[in-house]
Design a protein around this ligand. Structure first.
Ligand SMILES: N=CN[C@@H](CCC(=O)O)C(=O)O
Ligand SMILES: [Zn+2]
Length: 416
């Protein structure tokens, strides 16, 4: 049995009772912390915390590691509920095209974008994909992420989608970080099905889903519901087929246009609807009557230079929001959650407290992990990070671009 006792913590952040599953509206402004605190971990679980005045008497020193966190803060590890971490190659040539004036949609229309990644992934072996993704997972662990959702969607053929999902399964089994798999076969219409989209949707429903069910390859089902990608009707059909085999919808909607994706998500009890850069009043009003977690991806807006999702408006309507990176080679080549927080504060005008709630407990909810992740709670996974010496909680999003996270503990193990 291994034990870690962290003492003299300047501030222990996001201390919650086990019954809190998310924060909505005005609640998002509050962040519960303990100043001058201790935290105890046994194996992979948080077993206690409190004020230094009540520092526990140590009776058993066997296998006990004591960390002195004087001047430093302890947070629950970030939860990143939307990524595309498995890919074959980066796409910096499109980045340069955009600098020269092309838009994301224009690049996609000439065969770049998702289809570019799909072409590159066809020829990559499972081993190559695994090694590339593992490197990125190690990178995000060290920047404080303790749980991550990973999508397929760069395969776009039976073999290549299954290859991606098997890589994600292998990552789940071999990595300390908690991983959830999202099947995104409907990410784009593959070139060879351009004139036969029905044929590809049938392939997803009749051939991919049965194997995914048999091999337990996914937790969630996704589609890119967007103009020139999948219609709301197609999205609905694919989600319904996924639900039949036990997958939970978590979908891409309203990135460039509002075409009814939100309403399809609500109808199918999606766990989250993600992106939301373009929202109508009706979309916001419909969402506010649902339990769906709106998930915002500010580093995608930053990188593509597109509008930011209306975070403040959503919160003012009483909604919760989650924040995620969208780490992928096309629209967001970064998995750094601290940077996401900075962007959310700077461009979406979230307070640091709102942004931290959105990146911890609400993001855990957006992955179905709210009972085990996303807060400092007795019985939850010992997934935490220790900052360097910082002056206040706001310093974290304020001092952007510098890694202020000194140590990361995932499942009770120190990462390096
Ligand atoms: N918008 C759809 N999918 C990804 C981007 C995929 C890509 O460009 O490779 C996203 O969430 O931003
Ligand atoms: Zn995405």
């Amino acid at each position: 049995m291994s034990k870690i006792l962290i003492k003299n913590i300047k501030e222990l952040v996001q201390v919650l009772d086990a019954n809190v599953i998310k924060f909505s509206g005005d609640e998002m402004a509050n962040l519960s912390t303990i100043k001058s605190a201790w935290l105890a971990i046994e194996d992979d679980t948080i077993i206690g915390f409190g004020d230094m005045i009540d520092f526990p008497e140590i009776t058993d020193w066997n296998d006990l590691e004591i960390i002195d966190a004087s001047g430093k803060m302890v947070f629950p590890a970030w939860c990143d509920s939307h990524t595309h971490i498995v890919f074959a190659k980066t796409r910096e040539e499109e980045f340069v095209d955009r600098i020269k004036g092309l838009t994301y949609q224009e690049i996609a229309a000439k065969g770049g974008g998702i289809l570019n990644s799909a072409k590159k992934l066809q020829n990559a072996s499972e081993e190559e994909l695994y090694k590339g993704a593992l490197k990125r997972i190690k990178e995000i662990q060290l920047t404080g992420t303790g749980a991550v959702e990973i999508k397929s969607g760069y395969g776009l053929s039976l073999d290549a989608e299954l290859k991606m999902l098997r890589v994600i399964k292998r990552l789940k089994e071999s990595c300390e970080i908690t991983i959830k798999a999202n099947f995104l076969g409907a990410h784009a219409i593959p070139a060879e099905f351009k004139e036969n989209r029905r044929g590809y949707i049938d392939l997803i429903i009749n051939e991919m889903l049965p194997i995914i069910e048999k091999e337990h390859l996914a937790d969630f089902i996704d589609t890119f519901c967007e103009t020139n990608y999948y219609t709301p009707e197609e999205t609905n059909e694919i989600l319904e087929a996924g639900i039949k085999i036990g997958l939970i919808p978590k979908i891409h909607v309203n990135q460039f246009t509002s075409i009814g994706g939100i309403q399809v998500g609500i109808k199918n009890n999606a766990l989250s609807v993600d992106h939301l850069e373009v929202m109508t009043d009706q979309d916001i009003s419909d969402l506010s009557k649902s339990e769906v977690m709106p998930t915002l991806l500010p580093s995608c807006s930053f990188f593509l230079n597109i509008p930011y999702a209306p975070a403040k408006q959503l919160i003012e309507k009483g909604l919760p929001i989650a924040l995620a990176t969208d780490f992928n080679p096309g629209s967001t080549p970064s998995g750094n959650m601290s940077f996401v927080l900075s962007l959310a504060c700077i461009y979406m005008k979230l307070t640091p407290e709102q942004a931290i709630n959105a990146a911890t407990i609400n993001a855990a909810y957006a992955m179905g992990l709210e009972k085990t992740h996303g807060s400092i709670t007795v019985g939850k996974k010992a997934n935490i990070f220790i900052t360097e010496e910082i002056s206040s909680i706001a310093h974290l999003p304020y001092y952007f671009g510098h890694n202020q996270i000194e140590q990361v503990i995932i499942n009770g193990k120190l990462m390096s």
